[in-house]
Design a protein around this ligand. Structure first.
Ligand SMILES: [Cu+2]
Length: 287
């Protein structure tokens, strides 16, 4: 398969392959540990909850696996620009390539293995108590000790979240306070449009649908002030649907919830009894 005398492709194509593979291995060997050690752990949401820590772990694996793939694509692109450019005024095509069994076999094995590994890894990680996402009314992925989890209801409504604590008389409060080092079972619902409860430092994001009890687990760590945003376009003031919440030590939480119960006691009788969801009913709203 001799190249045309005027062909710009002068080298044996196997040299290109060898150079590319060696360059790819060297660059990947340098970049992948750097990404795994420095970039991965720096990706949000941080380590404010068990779910957040797990997401950082997942992100670190994903970017680390993506690094050699990305390097391969960019290296091949750059190499092709430099080495395969036409050095003559005339555009002359290189010798035709009619298939290479070895490259095809390597390609199939590497891409299939990578994709199947990522699918298995992602499924396994989801099994770790749902990874901070909403799981619907019957959570398939229960964390250890879930029976003792503290139930907290998140009620989305245009345009604020309120919170009910069923184990504390179903008191409804306008700000979220959670005890530290506690497993929380969030019950996310809505009174009107579809909202999304997103407390990103805690690694929790769950849709708030009317008539639906969307369960998301959260294992808090130490004391913290965190941001809460609605993450689903829900009407005119969606952009203003944010607040700050707090994780406090359990003794402070006990005092706080006691005060909230006393403070909201006069209006408690106007609330509907605690339920896992409240169908939109203008005459009998929970908010
Ligand atoms: Cu909203």
């Amino acid at each position: 398969m001799a190249a045309h005398a005027d062909s710009p492709v002068r080298d044996d194509h196997r040299d290109h392959g060898k150079r590319l593979v060696v360059g790819w291995i060297v660059l990947s060997a340098i970049a992948t540990p750097l990404v795994a050690i420095f970039l991965g752990p720096a990706i949000p949401p941080g380590d404010a909850s068990a779910q957040a820590t797990q997401q950082v772990f997942d992100n670190t694996w994903l970017v680390s696996i993506a690094t050699p793939v990305c390097i391969f694509v960019l290296l091949f692109l750059g190499y092709a620009f430099v080495s395969f450019r036409s050095r003559t005024a005339r555009l002359v095509d290189g010798p035709p390539v009619r298939g290479d069994g070895r490259i095809q076999a390597i390609w199939m094995v590497v891409t299939t293995t990578t994709v199947l590994f990522l699918a298995a890894f992602g499924t396994y990680e989801l099994l770790q108590s749902g990874s901070g996402g909403g799981q619907g009314p019957t959570a398939a992925f229960q964390p250890a000790g879930y029976k003792k989890a503290l139930d907290v209801q998140v009620i989305g409504q245009q345009w604020a979240f309120t919170y009910r604590y069923p184990t504390y008389g179903g008191v409804e409060v306008p700000h979220l306070v959670l005890p530290a080092h506690t497993l929380i079972r969030l019950h996310v619902t809505s009174l009107d449009a579809v909202h999304s409860f997103w407390a990103y430092q805690l690694g929790v994001k769950a849709d708030a649908n009317p008539g639906t009890d969307n369960v998301a687990y959260l294992q808090t760590k130490g004391a913290l002030t965190f941001d809460i945003h609605c993450a689903e376009l829900c009407g005119l003031w969606h952009g203003y649907m944010f607040d700050t919440g707090q994780v406090v030590d359990p003794a402070t939480f006990a005092m706080w919830i006691k005060r909230q119960r006393a403070y909201f006691a006069p209006v408690q009788k106007y609330l509907p009894p605690y339920a896992t969801s409240y169908l939109p009913d203008p005459a009998r709203r929970a908010g």
